[in-house]
Design a protein. Sequence first.
Length: 145
Amino acid sequence: MFVNLNNMKSVHIYIIQNFLFACSGEALTKRLRAKAFHALLRQEIAYFDNPKNNTGALCTRLATEASAVQGATGVRIGLTLENIASLGIGIILSFVFSWQLTLLILGFVPLMVAGGYLQSNLMTGFASNDKETFEDAGKVRLSLK
């Protein structure tokens, strides 16, 4: 009975945590989009003559770049903080129960960090290729109208 109530409490806290981080990410994205749009409106007319700054590319940038910031903030920050806290508490508890095994396991942490870094770099490279493709698609879409 106690374990079941504890799990229910954990689920509710998890849902509330994700909801609040998602709300903060949405608010940040909305603010960023508004500021980017106002910055576009203050540009000189010659800025829009550049083919890289046509209507389709600018609309695509407004849609994708602000959303990318939301993906980097919001729930992802919550998940990162949760993982760091879990790692810290886990290391403390493991030192209390078996310091020898903890030292052995900590030797593998740099490998996990290197793997995460490599994955992040690969994803960033693919994202930059996608950004160019989306801008080109936005140019074609608006030229067909």
